[in-house]
Ligand binder design. Structure first.
Ligand code: CTP
Length: 405
């Protein structure tokens, strides 16, 4: 099915015969974990580098190689027709040449000719082959026809040499593949997303923090990137990897997040404050590790209030530099059980924080934090519910962006 938000896509992963084929396993894996259906087409040469059982286990589907298998179901065109996107990783110099010439002497060649879906290639080869005029001309021709080219990166190659020709990393390839099928409705927009949870140090080894994993914020950053936005992610202690293709600024404390926000927000069209920001910090940070003997049996911590960054953005010290028309989105994580009371809290918070939208989610001991799923309601400045979403955090992210768009 064709994707509008976070829907399941039919992705064809073509693997050709280069050593980077082992990294194609990571491409298939990331796509499966993101909830997509992956059909691997491996060339005979690819199977010399990576085994069929590996690819079948990872893709959770049979691996197709032979043009003369599944003839009754007209497989040589059926796979391409059903695809939402075709990703060829690695694409060898030989494969690029064949694709440029429209050669269909194997299943992958047939699939590419039969598909109307976007086609991406991730070239991988030695620098000399990449720079060869034949390859340069083939890549130029493919680009002209709308084929997207991801990488290659420059770096260590198979032997002792290094230079341009290394296959792009799997997460970059996956990001490009997903971006190819998304509406580019955020093209040209600059979006700042805060994610994770800030931590306030007590001493060199201890901190006050919260349970935010950063998953929803990272999903928002990825979703915005895939829809064409230029994304800056202000990351506070993420438990998930930072996404490729976004600018990442790493912060520790609320003060550091505030400073980074002050810099990033002045050029942003939209600021999404998904991070769980520590509201208090210890009045004093000990230079040395605090010792039990010195502290005694009972300890009372003295805390001071941190600034409310969201409020600073809409009505405080950062508001003067706020660009006209900038959309500010807050999050509210509440433990309230009663749905009406939950909504009342959200409306009150939206007004108090002066945000354009507030994303409300319920959290608890087993809910919200660190889980791959989320359930949210989106409230506008006036307190009206303008959107609802439940599902994996990427789908929820797309739904939130739909409302903003
Ligand atoms: N937030 C902020 N600065 C703070 C605290 C929170 O910018 N010092 C932002 C969060 O990023 C989030 C929103 O404010 O987008 C709401 O956070 P939340 O913790 O729910 O609200 P609080 O203002 O801390 O209110 P309370 O904890 O009392 O409910």
């Amino acid at each position: 099915m064709t994707d509008a938000g976070g829907a399941r896509l039919n992705v064809v992963v073509g693997i050709t015969g280069g050593i980077a084929a082992y990294k194609a396993v990571g491409v298939a894996r990331a796509l499966v974990l993101a909830g997509h259906d992956v059909q691997v087409i491996a060339t005979e040469h690819a199977l010399r580098f990576v085994g069929r059982p590996t690819l079948e286990a990872i893709s959770r589907n049979p691996v197709h190689t032979d043009l003369y298998e599944g003839v009754a179901e007209v497989r040589h065109v059926a796979i391409g027709q059903a695809a939402d996107v075709v990703v060829i990783a690695p694409a060898t110099a030989n494969t690029l040449a064949k694709l440029a010439a429209g050669i269909a002497d194997d299943l992958l060649g047939n699939t590419v000719l039969a598909t109307k879906a976007p086609v991406l290639v991730a070239p991988a080869m030695h620098t000399e082959m990449w720079a060869n005029p034949a390859t340069v001309a083939n890549v130029a021709l493919l680009r002209e026809r709308g084929v997207r080219v991801v990488g290659p990166a420059s770096g260590r190659l198979t032997g002792e040499d290094s230079g341009p020709g290394r296959m792009a990393e799997p997460d970059e390839i996956v990001a490009a593949a997903l971006a190819a099928v998304r509406p580019q409705d955020l093209a040209g927009r600059r979006i700042v997303v805060t994610a994770g949870g800030t931590r306030e140090p007590l001493d060199p080894v201890r901190f006050l923090g919260n349970r935010s994993s950063g998953r929803q914020g990272v999903a928002l950053a990825e979703a915005a990137r895939d829809r064409g936005a230029q994304v800056t992610l202000l990351a506070a202690h993420l438990e998930v990897p930072v996404p490729a293709g976004v600018t990442v600024v790493t912060v520790e404390t609320t003060a550091q997040l505030g400073a980074a926000l002050g810099v990033a927000a002045v050029t942003a069209d939209t600021v999404v404050m998904a991070a769980a920001v520590a509201d208090y910090r210890p009045a004093e940070v000990a230079e040395q590790k605090l010792k039990k003997d010195a502290l005694g049996a009972d300890v009372t911590l003295s805390l001071v209030r941190n600034p409310d960054l969201l409020r600073a953005l809409t009505a405080g010290e950062l508001a003067a530099e706020r660009p006209a028309g900038q959309v500010v989105v807050g999050f509210a994580a509440e433990t309230e059980d009663d749905p009406d009371e939950l909504l009342r809290l959200a409306r009150e918070k939206a007004a108090r924080k002066g945000v354009d939208f507030l994303v409300l989610n319920r959290v608890g001991w087993t809910e919200g934090f660190g889980t791959p799923r989320n359930t949210v309601r989106i409230v506008d400045r006036a307190g009206s519910i303008v959107g609802e979403a439940a599902g994996d955090k990427v789908s929820v992210a797309h739904r939130i962006l739909d409302v903003l768009v």
